[in-house]
Design a protein around this ligand. Structure first.
Ligand SMILES: [Zn+2]
Length: 268
């Protein structure tokens, strides 16, 4: 499942062939993904110039010359390919850009979606918390957001109104690096805990984006497919394997329906 660093990597891969170019032709091979595209999708995108491609949380956002914003979400299995050699099953959207490139969106499970937002229209991005890498996320801001919260820190960090774009993997990794137990009450973190946590959230995300950047070069040289790269995680997916610091077996628990991986010895 793509998280913030993967979406950032996909955005960086698409920008050179999409940003500043016109959507010469838009082809939809079905009426919906997770949500319907809407009857006017093609007419509102085709012929428009993509002024700016950016990322917010796990969304890519294309600002069109009309003022419309096109949100693109990869869901569980969405991937973009630039100039694929052949048509694949589950190729749902094809953008032919004035750069001469074909950008194809493929999504086997169809949890991804694309939606158009008119200027001034409310959107699902309106109530998101600060971006992890922005200056808006600081220890005092996080402390204020967690104040009085009764839930566990793991659940609080997955709340997109507190921090935008953090997913299960990077929450587990950041808590490990900060040596904080995922079972701690979020409202009871100390000033020092919060400072450490914010620092490690920023580090774990920027490390993953750097890894994605290096994988991007490989992708561009192979089949043009963007979005998935091999990570090495300290705790995520490592149940019963030894902790890299103390060799205690990594423990897995389920919190709010999601797996949490952590070291009971290192994380307090
Ligand atoms: Zn450990």
């Amino acid at each position: 499942m793509p998280e913030l660093p993967e979406v950032e990597t996909v955005k960086n891969g698409l920008a050179p062939v999409m940003e500043g170019y016109v959507f010469d032709r838009v082809q939809l091979n079905r009426a919906d993904l997770r949500f319907p595209f809407g009857d006017d999708f093609i007419s509102r995108v085709q012929g428009q110039k993509l002024e700016r491609l950016s990322r917010r949380a796990k969304f890519m956002m294309a600002e069109l010359s009309s003022g419309d914003r096109l949100f693109m979400h990869l869901g569980m299995s969405g991937k973009f390919t630039i100039d694929p050699a052949a048509f694949e099953k589950h190729d749902h959207v094809i953008f032919e850009m004035s750069s001469g490139n074909r950008v194809v969106y493929n999504d086997t499970r169809r949890f991804g979606f694309m939606e158009l937002i008119k200027p001034g229209e409310p959107s699902r991005l309106d109530h998101l918390g600060p971006e992890p890498l922005s200056n808006e996320l600081s220890a005092p801001v996080l402390r204020a957001a967690l104040k009085g919260k009764k839930n566990k820190i793991k659940a609080a960090l997955l709340d997109q109104r507190i921090i935008a774009g953090l997913g299960n993997i990077y929450v587990c990794e950041a808590l490990y690096r900060a040596k904080l137990s995922p079972t701690r009450a979020s409202g009871k973190l100390t000033v020092a805990d919060t400072e450490l946590l914010v620092r490690h959230i920023k580090d774990v995300i920027s490390d993953a984006i750097k890894a994605g950047g290096s994988s991007l070069k490989d992708f561009a040289n192979t089949d043009g497919e963007l979005g998935y790269f091999q990570h090495s995680f300290d705790v995520y997916g490592r149940e019963n394997e030894p902790c890299n610091i103390c060799e205690t077996s990594i423990h897995r628990i389920v919190q709010t329906g999601r797996s949490t991986f952590y070291c009971k010895a290192c994380q307090r």
